[in-house]
Design a protein around this ligand. Structure first.
Ligand code: TYM
Length: 392
């Protein structure tokens, strides 16, 4: 599907695909978002006592109304968090980026999290997946989410199919106030697009207003996600919010962790260049060791010309998740550029770190299997009752 952000013909960022070299500054202009300023970072520090690595390194770099939501918070009005997953396959490191950050926000602001599993979306958008398959994947992906340590008392996970009764009445109101021409301009729908996809944006917008509806008063909403999801908020949720009497949802946007190949984000549609949370640890190491790097053809050339960390996924993995110390990170960068650090050594240093991370995640994921019902809400009179509470 074409979309309104392809008009410059360079890179493409839509909720369904990211292609080319993303220029994140240009994306801010195209989407009309705002960059996170140093004043905003200072405010975060004042409120939370710490600036998360993802903020410090500008991995979360753009926003809508973040200043507004912090002002409401400072004035004593709590916000809730909303994010989600389209269960089309296994969870990879890229998906974990916004979820790790969401967990930090939940801890620091004591915020409730509403998490949408769009089993319907992935059924509509895939030629291969049955509805039963996406529902099974939603369950499976939930294990990865809760393995990150979310608070069960404050976290509500739902699938669109399992929570339709509650969500549909909100989605219907969103849909009524959204014209086909708007949806087409925002998402690039074509005549061949199935009408499930055309209606779906109303469903992804609905949770922005869910707690306000359930609790009977307006509650500010903050959405942490990579910037590919912005069209849902820019084009749909924020447009209809005032018409329905709700606050506009605020957003905080991240960049994409790249795949192991040359260019492009880590994506489940290219499994050989993604690190999945369920990959066997040996496979994780093998994938890292065979990653594209941007290194030169020979050792001599590399020593002479140096490597290219800015286009190297291996360097980006250190930057995003696997080297928290700024000085060490800078060393890796400098030694790569100067030709001192060769790609083989650099990959060899990263591989066991990623392996360890995945092994630890897998152990926590295993433990969560008995706890999943403490997180999932289903339609029981439209209340926020957990599956585990219903069984008692
Ligand atoms: P999905 O399943 O494509 O992606 C889930 C989340 O992961 C982010 N993401 C990435 N972040 C960093 N680096 C990457 N390489 C990377 N790849 C994906 C996405 O931005 C997203 O935050 N339709 C949505 C599901 C959804 C949702 C939401 C997402 C429903 N409601 C509210 C965010 C907020 C989807 O298919 O996401």
């Amino acid at each position: 599907m074409a979309s309104d952000n392809t008009k410059n013909g360079e890179f493409v960022v839509t909720p369904w695909s990211v292609e080319g070299d993303v220029d994140y500054d240009k994306l801010v202009e195209r989407f009309g978002t705002s960059k996170i300023t140093s004043e905003l970072l200072q405010r975060f520090e004042r409120l939370t006592g710490e600036v998360h690595l993802f903020l410090r390194r500008k991995i979360f770099y753009s926003h809508r109304d973040l200043d507004w939501i912090l002002s409401r918070y400072e004035a004593g009005e709590k916000f809730f968090l909303y994010t989600g997953r389209g269960p089309s396959g296994g969870v990879h490191l890229g998906h974990l980026i916004p979820w790790i950050f969401t967990k930090y926000l939940q801890d620091k602001f004591g915020a409730e999290l509403y998490f949408q599993m769009t089993d319907d979306e992935k059924y509509y958008s895939s030629d291969k997946l049955s509805l039963e398959a996406t529902q099974q994947l939603a369950y499976d992906n939930t294990l990865d989410l809760i393995a990150l340590g979310f608070d069960p008392k404050k976290t509500f996970v739902f699938t669109d199919m399992g929570y339709t009764k509650t969500l549909y009445s909100i989605a219907a109101k969103v849909a009524k106030h959204t014209t086909f021409s708007t949806a087409k301009a925002v998402f690039g729908f074509e005549n061949s697009t199935n009408i499930g996809m055309v209606f779906f944006p109303a469903f992804q917008a609905a949770p922005c207003f869910l707690p306000s509806v359930l609790k009977g008063h307006n509650i500010p909403c903050l959405i942490p996600a990579a910037i590919d999801q912005d069209p849902y908020w820019r084009g749909i949720a924020r447009e209809v919010a005032p018409k329905l009497g709700f606050y506009k949802p605020a957003q905080i946007h991240s960049k994409f962790i790249p795949g192991l190949g040359q260019g492009g984000k880590m994506s489940a549609s290219q499994p050989e260049t993604a690190i999945f949370t369920t990959d066997p640890p040996k496979t994780v190491e093998k994938k890292i060791l065979s990653s594209f790097t941007g290194g030169r053809a020979t050792v001599e050339e590399q020593r002479k010309l140096g490597g290219q960390p800015d286009i190297c996924p291996v360097y980006h993995y250190y930057y995003f998740m696997f080297e928290e110390n700024e000085k060490n990170l800078l060393n890796i960068y400098d030694e790569c550029k100067s030709g001192k650090l060769l790609c083989g050594e650099c990959k060899g240093m990263l591989a066991p770190r990623v392996r360890k991370y995945i092994e630890e995640h897998q152990a926590r994921r295993e433990e969560t299997k008995g706890k999943i019902d403490d997180f999932i809400v289903e339609d029981i009179g439209g209340r926020l009752t957990k599956r585990s509470e219903r069984k008692q």
